[in-house]
Design a protein around this ligand. Structure first.
Ligand code: ZN
Length: 329
């Protein structure tokens, strides 16, 4: 039986699914469970489902909910981590939901709430590709593009806890419309959603691509990371072109962030980076290095793929909760 001391559950509420994992005192993963994100559910129903997910993952590890020390959630949107309130999460249809206290009442353990764009970078810093770094930026490419900044080894939150919205840096004035309402954000140019939009547009124009067939075969409505990987392996011309363009914009994004913040390392995380690894990151790095102001020692800034994949978020949530528990002592 696993060591039940300091057991924690970390949760990441992503755009398509909620992922929960339970870890021991050394942050070793004992079990993982997932459920689909159901936007439009009343908050209380979704919080009830979250409580069920926590119980499931703890049971999968052969443990009891009574063994839990705390639960920590990376939640989308504007979050107040001190009060555990999700103020505005358009993806969930939530407004001012006291997630921490409500879930805490159901589970009878402390529940911490963090911003989902920050937890992933904390995870990669503590346990993944950014270990040992003091100045680190994480850029997570998925349904959207999220990011986080660590300075002196601690999360930089900004004056309102709203820092590091790297995905909404505008790279193309008058570019494609972004979910945030602006135009030409990085997210509208290089997220998986943007890549899917571009592939669909090319197919509609009559260009040949195996992506629609792959989506149909696998019963997927969205162009998942695994479909992207498969299409690239088959040298699908549309997918290759769309990917190359996304990598170019991500390179420009990385260079702007590095010129602005001068970190030691930029970790590129998320599902695509996890699957494609160096194949995804190498062209991004090349473009970035070409646009660094300090080109002569560009290599001193590492640009690397994340290594934790979808576990970066929930693991980072746990790491932040442990920091908060220590700070509270
Ligand atoms: Zn935007």
């Amino acid at each position: 039986m696993a060591n039940t001391k300091d057991l924690m559950v970390g949760i990441d509420m992503g755009g398509t699914s909620v992922r929960a994992l339970v870890v021991d005192s050394k942050n070793k993963i004992l079990a993982v469970e997932k459920m689909p994100t159901n936007p439009g559910l009343p908050p209380d129903k979704l919080i009830g489902d979250l409580a069920g997910l926590v119980e499931d993952v703890v049971q999968s590890a052969g443990l009891q909910p009574a063994h839990l020390r705390a639960v920590s959630i990376g939640a989308p949107g504007a979050v107040d981590p001190i009060r555990g309130v999700v103020y505005h999460a358009p993806n969930l249809g939530w407004d001012k939901v006291p997630l921490g206290s409500k879930l805490g009442k159901l589970l009878r353990v402390p529940v911490f709430v963090e911003n989902d764009v920050n937890v992933g970078v904390v995870g990669e810093h503590a346990l993944g590709a950014g270990q040992g770094m003091q100045e680190l930026v994480g850029i997570f490419v998925g349904t959207g593009i999220g990011g986080g900044i660590l300075t002196n080894g601690r999360l930089y939150l900004g004056s309102r806890g709203a820092a590091a919205e790297i995905g909404h840096m505008i790279l193309m004035v008058d570019g494609p419309r972004c979910g945030c309402g602006n135009r030409g954000c990085a997210e509208a140019l290089a997220s998986r959603t943007a890549m899917e939009r571009d592939v669909r547009a090319a197919v509609k124009e009559g260009q040949k691509s195996i992506v629609p067939k792959l989506m149909k075969e696998r019963g997927k409505e969205r162009m998942t990371s695994s479909i992207i990987q498969r299409a690239l392996k088959k040298h699908d011309p549309v997918m290759c072109k769309v990917m190359k363009r996304a990598q170019y914009y991500l390179g420009i994004l990385v260079s702007s962030v590095v010129n602005f913040l001068d970190p030691e390392c930029v970790v590129i995380g998320g599902g695509i980076a996890e699957r494609l690894g160096e194949d995804f990151v190498a062209p991004i790095r090349q473009t970035a290095y070409e646009c660094f102001l300090r080109r002569h020692d560009a290599q001193r800034v590492k640009v690397v793929p994340g290594i934790l994949g979808d576990n970066a978020g929930p693991l980072g949530a746990v790491v932040l909760a442990r920091q908060r528990l220590r700070d509270m002592r």
